[in-house]
Design a protein around this ligand. Structure first.
Ligand SMILES: Cc1cc2ncn([C@H]3O[C@H](COP(=O)(O)O)[C@@H](O)[C@H]3O)c2cc1C
Ligand SMILES: O=C(O)c1cccnc1
Length: 340
């Protein structure tokens, strides 16, 4: 296999998969033991209890932490926008990155409300990826380099990673990826994104169908799906999810576009998302169906369809609350509360 600028071909990404750590059963058992002593009926905190077990399993820590929760937003531009698949111009991607820096976006307010760290990454916004309807989005070199960038981006010592994206046109990219991975009619995976009208929706369906036809015969390898139909932010997020697993950092997924990056990894290895939870189910496209395919039960169902990591960040607030209950509640004996 030819080397590329990073020195890592697709095969070296594949070679990371067998290195993925397993959940730490002993830490989960410790969490369960403490949970039985807390001043509440067993099971009464429902999924909040599972969340703490999940943190312990993946951090490999009987006393899991959420001291440095971070939302990482990756931004990329897409050649397919030229085909009129979004009501907004491509320039909005960079303008929103500036808005993130100035603290004016929805994601800034959610991160502030829940005291979450926030980082945004500009992935060569002045170089949109190729138009997927007529050719590949990226060559292998760019795809792998961008995955590697996403891996580096999460190396800063976070103990809970939320993922988000910004990229005008990327709901079309997500739809194309799902259609390639799961088959069936393209229209099933195409939604209105930022709000295309009926004509725009028909155009999106047509563009996804064209993309599938253009790349027919080359879509059985999920990494080829990523490079041909994806985008820089999607590649970086796939790298970030994989790196987080290798570093035992639990991940909270966001909406339709973030989940497309996750779906690539799941297609490579169905256990590759075991360290991830679905923060929410987006109102976009077939997100509910896709999450079912991935075996993920979303934490929140708020009718949101924004992106930016907004659903992930809201769910991270719940993760913090779940851990606070587990860590700081009194036990029956310490509080003098009678157990059964
Ligand atoms: C002002 C604005 C802020 C956003 N924040 C996230 N998105 C979201 O919308 C885009 C995808 O939708 P489509 O495929 O229809 O272009 C992505 O950038 C996504 O994160 C936004 C979109 C806009 C316009
Ligand atoms: O669910 C998402 O990720 C989404 C939905 C609409 C627009 N941008 C992103």
């Amino acid at each position: 296999m030819a080397q590329n600028a990073t020195g890592i071909p697709f095969d070296d990404i594949r070679n990371l998969l067998p290195l993925m750590p397993e959940p730490d059963a002993a830490s989960v058992e410790s969490v369960r033991a403490r949970d039985r002593d807390l001043t509440k009926p067993p099971g009464s905190l429902g999924r909040l209890e599972e969340i703490v077990e999940w943190l312990a399993a993946w951090q490999g820590n009987a006393k899991p932490t959420v001291n440095r929760p971070t939302v990482c937003v990756f931004a990329g531009n897409h050649g397919v926008v030229e085909r009129g698949v979004s009501p907004y111009p491509q320039a909005v991607t960079r303008q929103m990155l500036e808005n993130f820096s100035a603290g004016g976006a929805a994601i800034n307010q959610i991160c502030a409300a829940y005291d979450l760290g926030f980082k945004a990454f500009d992935l060569a916004l002045d170089m949109p990826t190729g138009d997927i309807a007529s050719g590949p989005a990226m060559d292998e070199r760019t795809c792998v380099a961008t995955m590697a960038f996403g891996m580096e981006a999460v190396a800063g010592g976070t103990d809970l990673l939320g993922l988000g994206e910004m990229g005008i046109g990327n709901t079309t990219i997500a739809a194309a990826i799902y259609a390639a991975l799961y088959g069936g009619e393209a229209r099933r995976f195409v939604g209105r994104g930022t709000g295309v009208d009926d004509a725009g929706l028909a155009r999106k369906v047509e563009v996804v169908e064209m993309a599938l036809a253009t790349h027919a015969g080359h879509l059985s390898d999920p990494l080829e799906v990523l490079r041909r139909l994806g985008g820089r932010e999607v590649a970086a997020m796939a790298g970030a999810i994989l790196a987080a697993r290798l570093q035992r950092v639990p991940v909270v997924l966001d909406g339709y576009v973030v989940t497309a990056a996750a779906a690539i990894l799941h297609a490579l290895d169905p256990s590759a998302l075991d360290h991830c939870i679905a923060g929410h189910v987006s109102a976009e496209g077939a997100h509910r169906e896709v999450l079912e395919r991935l075996g993920k039960k979303p934490l929140l169902d708020l009718g949101m369809r924004l992106g930016e990591g907004s659903g992930a960040a809201l769910a991270m607030g719940l993760v913090k609350a779940a851990l606070a209950c587990h860590r700081d509640m009194a036990t029956f004996s310490s509080a003098g509360v009678s157990n059964r």
